[in-house]
Design a binder for this molecule. Sequence first.
Ligand code: BG6
Length: 478
Amino acid sequence: MHETSDNFTVVIFGANSDLAARKLYPSLYELTQWGHLPVQYRIIGVGRAVLTHEEFRAQVFEKLLTLSTDTIFDEARFKMFCSGLYYVNLDFTESAGYQNLYKEVMNVSSEAGLCDHLLFYLATPPDLAPVIVRNLNQAGLGGKKESCSGWRKIIVEKPYGRNLQTARELNAVIGEVFREDQIFRIDHYLGKEPVQNIMVFRFSNGIVEPLWTRNYIANVEITIAEDFGIRDRGAFYEEAGLLRDILQNHALQLLAAVAMEPPVDLSADSVRDEKAKVLRSIRPFLPDNAEDSIVLGQYEGYRAEKNVASDSTVETYAAVKFYLDNWRWKDVPFFVKAGKNLAETATRIVITFKCPPQNYFGPAASCSYIANQVILCIQPEETIALRFGAKRPGEAVITDPVYMKFDYKTSFTEAGMTPYHRLLLDAIAGEQMNFIRQDSVEHSWAIIDAIRDAVQGKLPEIYPIHSNGPDRAARIYS
Ligand code: BG6
């Protein structure tokens, strides 16, 4: 469902957060400059700090100076954009303050001659979401109370709950105030161009999909590696750990995109139905199969990070072997590895095909050396490569692996949008395909809960920084 993007107000809770400064204001600013958003829309920042509208505008202006990546650096344009910003000081947990927010929303809307199409953005810690949503409702700003024929939508940042139970509770609370078609649970990975391209690669190429099954594929490996640590997010990491921070959302969404069946059509729900089915089909983890399927690690020095307990057992690395109990993927292992402070920063998906039945060209060309692979690099490179065997020049018949490669940078000249550009535009337009639906959120939490239960009481293995992670991770390949 696409809706008009005219005349709306974005209300950002957590207006002074790092996320708002780094992603939201620059993205909204750039979308405005590039002509994707109407000139009339307004932004209301909501935060705990006591600021006047002017102080808030000055603060965002300063941030834009350093954080906007727009190719045209123009202070006058920054100023113009900031003049459309307003600020409401609010203790998120105090219902009384929401009346002020209501008044400001109405003032801003009528001042600009707008009808109250409202997009709420919760850039706040996850535990605040229920109280904010309830208070919005009480103040007459809930989604189900539409007035003036305006639409109301809410974007909720990850982590969406911290386990299945809290995710269900959150879904229930938000569901009382907003309909599912008004709720946009954001996972910025789904806004990355190469992630959106997975579906296009699979379903627009007649030669790909027939091979994309257990009949031809030996295994799938998904890696999300970062060569830096938790930065200044010690408190968050102590609560979340890598399983909640990366596996529950980014990694499982990549897995779903690789493994999903072709959807009936491209409607948001058809696509999301197929992804939910993948998550539902993940084989349960039990303590007796956990040993060889789940390895957690913690990088050396994590415990000395700011706001981290000196005896912390929180994981900063996970390697998990998944199986999908469904017709297409039965018994094909999906190896998922993600971690902080590893040797490289890269996100990639490697699909390894089975070897030909007869190996004529051995012994140099062992199967694993030349097995066909499709390598989908999500970042930092945005490429797709096909690995195949070729005869090494010379007298002997020796096969070597070679690559055919597509690179976004060289094949397309269009300026790319960032995930936040794309997802903000989608939310404004009411397009939900790249947002996580309630059922998928709950399925993925059930998986993470099962992983956590299966390894309960086991300490993560300490691994050296800038390494490939814990030695034990090799086990998942056995
Ligand atoms: C975030 C995680 O969701 O994604 C971070 O909280 C992680 O821990 C980040 O570093 C990775 O995203 P990107 O797009 O910067 O690679």
